[in-house]
Ligand binder design. Structure first.
Ligand SMILES: C[S@@+](CC[C@H](N)C(=O)[O-])C[C@H]1O[C@@H](n2cnc3c(N)ncnc32)[C@H](O)[C@@H]1O
Length: 276
């Protein structure tokens, strides 16, 4: 079996099962099985797969056909230009969340200390530590997620301390910047999620209580204690969360409350400044 034949058969299998982006998915899975870069597929179409490569490729295709996200098979996701390790213990970091980094770089370039609440793979904490040259603290309730995030910080050379905590409970230091992409799916919407998300991504990373806004309502008062005056709190929000999260900001000690939209035009980031 050559690379070309393996690729074509994989594309056909995935397309027949209505898996999105069958060509790209087959290419990524075949590269992972071969432990090669994508260019190899096109420069060596006549490469004969050995038994191990063939078995791995077959297994990856089977897992993808069963609904497992490609990133949990390859164990990696590129995010803000860096490769992050992922496992089923963490949410696969999404491109929309990169807007949180953009907002942080816009308003808090001088931040020397950053807190990331609900860090998952560590994408936000690691990226902000590296982009700002800052020291970061990152929390998560999940011990398994913290292990993945710690590995990412070490591999990418970021200065991040990881703490197992319920949101920011128990922290006492003051920060210049707090970011969070907390779970924000309302309970009733969980059954309507895409199968890949519903069955494979951690429920703890998705469920935001009955309304999808519970974590925000808890984080905002915690942040009032943990930010230095004039510091910023920057959230990712769900597409229906803007009014409730904005109201929670307005009920507190916040000014310069601003909504940012994603590339599709949905409200995606909400930030506020702790009134100096
Ligand atoms: C939506 S995911 C975001 C992960 C990561 N920050 C990202 O943007 O890709 C939310 C994260 O919050 C964590 N989490 C959920 N409830 C929590 C709680 N009460 N305290 C701390 N972390 C929590 C989950 O384990 C998950 O890693």
């Amino acid at each position: 079996m050559t690379t070309r034949t393996a690729l074509n058969q994989g594309i056909e299998l995935l397309a027949d099962a209505a898996v999105p982006d069958p060509r790209l998915t087959a290419e990524v899975l075949l590269c992972h099985a071969l432990r090669r870069e994508r260019i190899f597929l096109f420069s060596h179409p006549e490469h004969e797969l050995n038994t191990v490569e063939w078995i791995h490729y077959g297994r990856y295709l089977h897992e993808r056909l069963q609904g497992k996200p490609t990133q949990y098979i390859t164990r990696t996701q590129e995010w803000y230009g860096r490769p992050f390790r992922v496992s089923p213990a963490v949410l696969i970091p999404r491109p929309e969340t990169e807007h949180v980094v953009e907002h942080a770089l816009e308003v808090a370039r001088d931040a020397r200390t950053v807190l990331d609440i609900g860090t998952g793979s560590g994408a936000l904490a690691v990226t902000l530590a590296l982009e700002l040259g800052a020291r970061a603290v990152a929390t998560d309730l999940s011990h398994a997620a913290l292990a993945v995030a710690r590995q990412n910080a070490t591999r990418l050379g970021a200065r991040v301390d990881f703490v197992q905590a319920d949101l920011a409970a128990g922290l006492a230091t003051r920060f210049d910047l707090i970011v969070s992409n907390p779970p924000y799916i309302p309970a009733a919407e969980i059954p309507t999620l895409q199968r890949e998300v519903r069955e494979h991504e951690p429920r703890l990373a998705l469920l935001g209580g009955d309304e999808g806004t519970e974590p925000y309502r808890r984080i905002i008062p915690q942040a009032e204690q943990l930010l230095r005056p004039g510091g910023w709190l920057i959230f990712e929000i769900g597409y229906r969360g803007e009014a409730a999260v904005r109201a929670a900001f307005e009920a507190g000690l916040w000014s310069e409350i601003t909504t940012g939209r994603d590339l599709a035009g949905w409200p995606r980031v909400l930030r506020g400044r702790l009134t100096p």
